[in-house]
Design a protein around this ligand. Structure first.
Ligand code: EUG
Length: 589
């Protein structure tokens, strides 16, 4: 049987690099990644357990048939591309993460776990896998690279699903168009990977890839999950253009201009809509198809850039500050997805109270783009507005040491991926995290209400509160990462209790999550319940039409096919130990 060794790092082994592995670290970050890895394993006391619930067979198929089905699939993909998940569940760390389970588990680690992992090498092979899944009625769960940190990682929602690891063998940059500033990528291309390739082709001076806080994620995976980066191209979904999708029954479609049959260069990457209904949306945060190619736009180098940082002394400054930020952001005087962080985060980053930044409560990290005279115009407006808050200080970057967090934000906001953001995960031993990520208008009263709601519930559950506001264009994502010891059942229970209460209370106040972890998906989907749950019912109709047997990622984003509905698969308060329902229905087609 093929070895899992590439996913089972020992604490002292070298961090895989690009291009050694499609999932590796770029050489310029190797030293930093090695330090990050050492820090993670220095706080690791959790044992690798014997598997207690083997074999993992998804409901709806017998053990014998499951194993027989996998043998059949080996005949189609090659034996080395089909692996049964019966080895110890090693968690690894960010750069060497498992593709078999959630390495940051909040339930028993055997709950969100794959029955097997398969590695298709082409769109045609993905088609073979979904047809196979329909023949045998086996749930499959596609991942691009499986990072999705804080939202479930690589883990399937349904225990025993066969994970389709797309990235391992489908990781080509199919095109970079230097005239149009576009590219066409496969699921295994990370932000690190594209950034490296731009460098190799001598294009990095001309165009940037927008990167999230950490660059190891798949561009496709992050984008279809509607992830966020920090240049003016930070809304990744808004920046994509055209998809190739394998439908759950095995048909392959291309959307937008990708649907034209013209062979040569076409307009795939420059116009997202094509003709007719705009289908892309139903393949984002769903379980209606498997994205195998995606067009993505790249940002022209704006001819200069300058990070700036302001601090504000009091917690109560949040409201007035948001009132200042909103008009500046909507008019793009504030140009990028900026972060406003509470001091607890800053303290965790440096693990010290006396930071070079000095005492404060809120820190705003922004970036101004363009040549000096353009920047000066915008920065003067920003400065005058921010200084209306008493005690506001502008930080002089020249006073900040090289390893200060500021410089990480500086790189990220100018298209250079980093690996700095992991540090606060070590706040707890065996540090794991899950995000509470509600969206609100950029308004003082909303920011204050959400901040107070989070603070109160964190206090009630005895959890440290680490809020950061990520300001989009007309809205903001409040990101609250709860850090917990994943080897401490009591701490996990408190973390989950706090998350569930925050989701419910925020929904009562009119705030919904933009994205969520596997364990919260049913609950979050349930908050989008206007008109007697009309949207959820619509999603179920689409699901049943496109995936009549319900084999593709059942339960993802709270959408269950008809074979699963009414059997208690949904999770919520009171179902905490259990991720499975009672059986599945029979074949539909
Ligand atoms: C972060 C940002 C996110 C998210 C999860 C984490 C950053 C943490 C803006 O979206 O969904 C520092």
């Amino acid at each position: 049987m093929a070895s899992f060794s590439s996913f089972q790092p020992e604490a002292d082994s070298a961090v895989p690099t690009l291009p050694e592995s499609h999932s590796g670290i770029p050489p310029y970050l190797l030293e930093k990644a090695t330090r990050a890895k050492n820090a993670v394993f220095a706080g690791r006391t959790k044992q690798v357990n014997e598997r207690l619930r083997l074999p993992v067979i998804p409901q709806g198929i017998s053990r014998d048939d499951f194993l027989k089905a996998l043998e059949e699939l080996k005949g189609e993909l090659g034996g080395e591309n089909v692996e049964v998940n019966d080895k110890p569940l090693k968690d690894g760390w960010y750069m060497e993460h498992p593709n078999t389970h959630d390495m940051m588990t909040i339930l028993d680690e055997e709950e969100f776990v794959a029955g097997a992992v398969v590695y298709p090498g082409s769109t045609e092979e993905v088609v073979k896998v979904v047809k196979w899944a329909n023949r045998w009625l086996i749930p499959v769960f596609p991942i691009s690279m499986g990072r999705n940190l804080g939202y479930g990682g690589a883990a399937p929602r349904v225990r025993g699903s066969v994970t389709i690891d797309l990235g391992k063998r489908m990781n080509k940059i199919l095109d970079i168009n230097a005239q149009d500033y576009t590219c066409l990528v496969e699921p295994g291309v990370s932000f690190y990977g594209l950034h490296e390739e731009l460098g190799k082709r001598g294009l990095r001076e001309h165009m940037w890839v927008d990167t999230p806080d950490l660059g190891g994620g798949s561009i496709i995976g992050n984008t279809v999950d509607r992830g966020v980066g920090y240049t003016p191209y930070g809304d990744h979904w808004a920046c994509h253009s055209g998809l190739e999708v394998v439908l759950p029954t095995g048909e392959v479609i291309r959307t937008g201009m990708g649907a034209l049959t013209h062979d040569g260069e076409n307009t795939w990457g420059v116009f997202p809509y094509g003709f007719g209904p705009f289908s892309d949306g139903i393949f984002s945060q769903s379980n209606f198809g498997i994205v195998t190619k995606m067009g993505m736009t790249l940002m022209p180098n704006p001819g200069g850039h300058e990070s700036f940082m302001y601090t504000f002394p009091n917690e109560e400054d949040l409201g007035p500050l948001m009132e200042i930020i909103r008009p500046l952001r909507i008019s793009t005087i504030l140009e990028n997805v900026a972060q406003l962080r509470h001091v607890t985060q800053t303290v965790i980053h440096s693990a010290a109270a006396n930071t070079p930044v000095g005492d404060h409560t809120w820190a705003y990290y922004g970036m101004s783009y363009g040549p000096p005279h353009i920047r000066a115009y915008k920065l003067a407006i920003i400065d005058a507005e921010f200084r209306k808050i008493p005690g506001c200080r502008k930080i002089d970057p020249a006073t900040l040491p090289e390893d200060e967090y500021f410089w990480s934000r500086d790189r990220i906001a100018s298209g250079t991926p980093d690996i700095h953001e992991l540090r606060w995960v070590n706040w707890a031993p065996n540090g794991a995290h899950i995000a509470f990520s509600p969206v609100s208008p950029i308004r003082g009263p909303d920011a204050t209400k959400l901040f107070q709601l989070g603070k109160r519930l964190h206090e009630q559950y005895g959890i440290d509160f680490m809020p950061a506001f990520c300001v989009g264009l007309r809205e903001m994502h409040l990101i609250v990462e709860i850090v917990f010891d994943r080897d401490d059942p009591e701490e996990k229970k408190r973390a989950l209790g706090c998350l569930r209460d925050m989701v419910d209370e925020a929904a009562r106040e009119g705030y919904g999550e933009y994205r969520t972890h596997l364990v919260l998906m049913d609950q979050v989907a349930g908050t989008y319940a206007w008109n007697d749950g009309a949207l959820g019912k619509f999603n179920e109709r689409l699901k049943d039409a496109l995936d009549p047997n319900g084999i593709l990622a059942p339960g993802r984003c709270g959408i269950w096919g008809r074979r699963y509905r009414g059997r208690g698969w949904e999770m919520g308060k009171g179902s905490e130990g259990r991720s499975e329902g009672d059986g599945v229905g029979g074949r539909v087609v």
